[in-house]
Each structure stands twice: as structure tokens, then as C-alpha cells.
Design a protein. Sequence first.
Length: 409
Amino acid sequence: MVNLRIKIKEPWFRKYQLEIQKLKQELDERSQMPIDSMVAELEKERQKALEDKQEVMSAYEQRNRDLVQEREMRKQLEEKISALNSQMLVGGQKIEETPQFQNALEKQQKLIRQQYQERLQELEKERQNIEEDKAQTDKYKQLLLKQRDIMIALTNRLNERDETILQLQEELDAYDKLQKELEDINQTKESRIQQLVELLKQKEVEIPMNLDLPANSNNNNAKQQLLLAEMPSSKMILVADPSSNSYIQTLPQQGSYHHSSEAVTQYELKNQIDINKKLELDLKISRMEQERQKKDLVSLQEQIQKYENDTTTEQAKKSVDLILNQLTKPANGNSLATVAQELQKLQKILSEKEASPKKTLLKIQQETSNLKQQEIINKLMIKPSKSNNQLNPPPYKKQKQKSVEDLWN
């Protein structure tokens, strides 16, 4: 039926093509005729062509509907034929119960099981790879956490070092302040000595230029105490003690002498000149001590700068860079071993760096504490002793004593 329909359909298309060719020929022929008549004829032919086209389209649609129906009928017939054939081959049984079908089904099931097993093995391999990747990432995280702790420890150590440097700087400032105070005291003493020298020159008193220094500082202190005990001045006089960097302070005294006034004044002036000379020597010694302290402070500053610019910092930087490089690389046993070695080196360097400034600080603190204790002990122990002739002064020497006090003023 389908072939018949196609054969019926072909002559209509040919007829339609022949008519179109005829119309084209007529158009070509009538193109030479007048335009109005040609237009009218063309209009008629166009209408006729449209009518023919509609008829052809309607016939074509009808035949398409018939073709669809015939295809559906053919499909139904083919299904019936296949059902009849299966019944004939199996002998009236169901196809699922035949051994051929069961064998084919078992083969298909085996193939499916094999495919499932292969897929499961692949999934297991993928899972193992994912677990290994997770383990590596966990190790890397732990290493990063250790690195962070190390960096935090380094920053804390650096902060502690900065604090120690600031403390040392404060101590240096305190030493500088103490030095300035000592210089001011020395200047005041020098001015006082200069005033005394000028006063002695005004009074036309001879000043000995040479002075024999005692070899022992204890004898020097004892002689100073004796001289200060014999001094008639009621004013406060500072005498330097080079052994303890302290100062002896005489108490105000009032007294008279059993000797004559002129001999007393000459004796007092001589004693005062000797004391002034000794004061100058003591001041020189104290200056030498100050210069020595300055040198010690300068050496301490140099040690601090040397400690800051030590090569250990460069070693620490190199080890940190090496650790970072090893951590960025994929994890291996060798890389982890190198990282552990570098961490031990860093810890050792930091412990050494932490120990060095603490030792110097303890040494300085011990020296300063010893000096302060020695000063306090010397101040407490060294006091001027009063002479016996000054305890009960006679009344007839008060006027002469007043003139001596004016002289000292």
C-alpha cells in the first residue's frame, strides 16, 4: 500500500512541475505583449495556480494522514506476527522459562557483576588515594602549626631581647646621670678649692707645691680623720675617699686652743693647705674612677651592639628559610628529618642568645650592688673624731675663734 501511494504521488509532482514550466514559457512569451493585457492574463493564471496549489496541498495532506494510519496498522500487524512466531518456537511456553533465555540471563548477570566489581575496585583505589591525601594534608597542617609556634616563640624572644636592650639603655642613662652628678660635685669642689687658694693668697700664706702621698689608703683615711679632728672650722667640708667613692663630712665644731692665736692660725692654715692638696688628689682619683666607669659603659654598649649584630641571627634566618623551603616541597622522610634538625638548631641558637645578655646583666647588677653597699659601709664607718682639747674650750678664746671662722667664711 505504501509503495502504491508513493507511485500515485509522483505523477502529481511531475504534472505540477510541467504546469510551472508552461507558465514560465507563457510569461516569457507574453512579456513581449502589452503590459495591461499581460497583467490581466498573469492575474488569472496566478489565481488558477493558487487554486491548483490548494488542491494539491489538500490532496497531499490527505495522503499523509492515510500514510500515518497505514504505518500504525503495519506496526500492530508486526507485533502480532512476532507474538505468533514466539509461540511457535517455544511450543506454547513463556519465553522466560526457556533454558536459552536463562543462560543468556546468567551470562548478562555475570557480566554486570564483573563490571560492578571493577567499578568497586576503582572506587576503593580512589578512596585510598583520598585518605592518603588527607593524611598528607594533616601532616602539612601540623608542620605549619609547629612553624607558627616557632615563629611566635621567635617573636617573643625578640621582644624579650628588645626589653633587655631597653633595660640596659635605661641603666646606661642612669650611669650617665650619675656621672653628670659626680662631675657637678667635682666642679663645685674645684671652685671651692679655688676660692680657698685665692683666700690664702690674699692672706699671703705660703702654699707648699710638693706633697708626699701615703702608700696605704687606710693610713690616708686615718690621717684625714686626725686632720679633720684638729680643724677649727664650723662649716661643712667634703673630703673625697678614693677607696669607696664616698665622702667624709665633718660636723660643725666650736672650740679654742691653749696655744697662742698666731701659732694656731698658722697651724690651721697649714693643715687646711694639706687637706686641700689631698682633696685635689682625691678628686683626680675619683675622676680616674669615673673615666674607668665610662670605659666600662662604652665596652658594655659595644658588647650589646655586637650581640645585636651577631651572626646567630643570620643563621636563624637561614634555618627558617630552609624550613620554609622544605615545607613547601612534598612531604618526605628526608625533608621531615631536615626540618627537625633545623628546628633543634634554632632552639639551641635561641637558648644561647638568651643566656648571653642575662649573664652580663647579672654581672653589672652585682657590681653596682657591691659598690652601693661599699659606699654605705664607708659612710657609716668613717666619721670624724673630736679632739679632747675641743670639748672644754676656755672662755677667753671665743673672740679669736670668731675671727678664724670669719677667715674660713
